[in-house]
Design a protein around this ligand. Structure first.
Ligand SMILES: Cc1cc2nc3c(=O)[nH]c(=O)nc-3n(C[C@H](O)[C@H](O)[C@H](O)COP(=O)(O)OP(=O)(O)OC[C@H]3O[C@@H](n4cnc5c(N)ncnc54)[C@H](O)[C@@H]3O)c2cc1C
Length: 453
């Protein structure tokens, strides 16, 4: 059957790869001149800069790695230890490992009582039931008590643990206050924290999408070809892209949710349209500062995360890119990625952000000469954020889509490559079932059963 995938981020590329594997004739349309979406790389002055995503998370990303293994490229991915330090208001530094939660227990600002509280909350969490799959909105919806992460963490771990553990990790990962985030995703991840490991493909995270389309069977990729309109024509669908109409038996829309809503406005019900339009994306900014000669070759850690009891902070984390992704800098050079928190952005001009980034990097790593460049990436709609009630809302529309039209995108779960890949595979398998007339399985906590191992 002929199918069209709209959007070539990790979700669309995983969908195209899976549909191709099922024997369909696939056409993938991507508006940009390369695949990858918010994981793309930008080449500048010999640097290979991440425009968005920084790392994959090992065993927490099972579907991403399963596909990379199928493609025979999983062993090319380069591990990253993620050695980090917290930088307190008074500039005191506390060494932690970004991926090892136990390392945070050594932070000297925590009292014996704090540690006891954390240990007891940790034990209760390990014994509790949480979503088995943190990227399946059906599973997450079941565990959504409508409490937000900040309220849970202050209540269970205490204020100091919230400020010195939960807040810095979440600032770096999602750049928004923990009060904006729902609970099931972080709790499910914490339960699986032993599987956490960071890594980066040799050419950057965008390579995941490139590998997927390179290995996709029966697939034509049309780059720099945005889809402008979608129509329902009887049992089929037609897509207007690149100045012509293309017909197909089924569609996967793997764009941002609001783009999908606009493209389908003519043939979806109002509730689906409104839910997709209202799915929240937050503003996001990061700055890549390039140095032809590395000013800090011997700095002992790769990530510095500002902390401070109750303080507002503009910067969530600063990362030495040559450590995270060795191929990202020319020989002898260094780049620092400075990742901003969302709430202050509304009050910061582009120049403010660039200036704060350079000052922040020097406070974190030490003095440095004038950089070769200061590149700002600023997205009006950068990250999708799942607050309390999010998964239930998304689940409610999943099965209300028109026949043989499936949605994919990280917004079903919580922003991340695995969320995108999982949703892409899931949409492809659902569409394949619909095209073959096989009854779709009821989605459940065991959605992973639908997916090939
Ligand atoms: C700064 C930043 C840091 C991040 N860090 C990480 C990280 O470290 N690890 C991690 O796992 N994730 C990270 N993420 C999140 C990750 O990048 C996203 O979760 C992922 O890219 C989502 O994939 P997607 O395919 O759902 O959407 P996208 O990547 O947004 O892809 C959507 C695609 O659809 C295309 N499109 C849109 N409209 C049309 C149209 N009309 N026609 C054709 N094509 C269209 C777009 O051009 C885009 O390529 C980060 C994101 C940002 C912004």
């Amino acid at each position: 059957m002929k199918v069209i995938v709209i959007g070539g981020g990790p979700a669309g590329c995983a969908a195209a790869y899976t549909l191709g594997k099922q024997g369909h004739e696939v056409m993938l349309f991507e508006a940009a001149d390369k695949v990858g979406g918010r994981t793309k790389q930008l080449h500048r002055d010999g640097f290979n800069l991440g425009t968005g995503a920084l790392f994959l998370m090992g065993g927490i990303y099972p579907r991403t790695f399963a596909l990379l293994r199928e493609l025979g490229v999983a062993d090319k991915v380069v591990p990253w230890a993620g050695a980090a330090e917290l930088q307190d208001n008074d500039d005191a530094r506390y060494r932690v490992s970004f991926v090892n939660l136990l390392s945070y227990l050594k932070i000297p600002t925590l009292t014996f009582g704090d540690r006891l509280k954390i240990a007891s909350a940790g034990l209760r969490l390990l014994l509790s039931r949480q979503a088995a799959n943190p990227f399946d909105s059906a599973d997450l919806a079941r565990y959504d008590t409508k409490e937000d992460l900040e309220s849970w963490s202050r209540r269970n771990l205490g204020d100091r643990a919230h400020e010195y553990i939960v807040r810095p990790i979440m600032d770096f990962l999602y750049a928004v206050p923990a009060s904006w985030l729902s609970l099931p995703f972080p709790l499910s991840i914490i339960k699986q924290a032993n599987k956490m490991a960071l890594s980066v493909p040799p050419e950057g995270i965008g390579q995941v999408s490139e590998w997927l389309v390179a290995g996709a069977r029966n697939t034509t990729v049309r780059l720099a070809t945005a889809v402008d309109e979608v129509e329902r024509r009887g049992e089929r669908y037609a897509v207007f892209a690149g100045g012509e109409w293309h017909e197909a038996d089924g569609l996967v829309l793997a764009t941002e949710s609001f783009v999908a809503a606009r493209l389908m406005a003519g043939f979806i019900d109002q509730r689906v349209y409104t839910t997709l339009m209202e799915t929240p994306y937050t503003e996001y900014a990061h700055v890549q500062i390039g140095y032809a000669k590395n000013p800090w070759p011997n700095y002992p850690v790769d990530i510095v995360m500002p902390v401070g009891y109750g303080e507002t902070r503009n910067i969530g984390a600063m990362v030495l890119q040559s450590r995270r992704h060795p191929g990202s800098v020319p020989p002898g050079g260094e780049a620092v990625g400075v990742y901003f928190n969302t709430p202050p952005l509304a009050h910061l001009s582009d120049d403010d952000i660039r200036r704060e980034a350079v000052e922040g990097a020097m406070r974190a790593f030490g003095p440095a000469p004038e950089p070769s460049f200061v590149h700002l990436f600023r997205y009006e709609k950068g990250l999708t954020i799942a607050g309390p009630g999010h998964y239930e809302r998304l689940e409610a529309i999943y099965d209300k889509m028109p026949p043989r039209v499936c949605l994919a995108g990280d917004y079903f779960s919580q922003a991340g490559v695995e969320a995108a890949v999982f949703s892409g595979e899931r949409a492809a398998l659902k569409l394949d079932g619909a095209l073959n007339g096989t009854a779709p399985k009821k989605r459940s906590a065991a959605t992973m059963d639908l997916l090939p191992s």
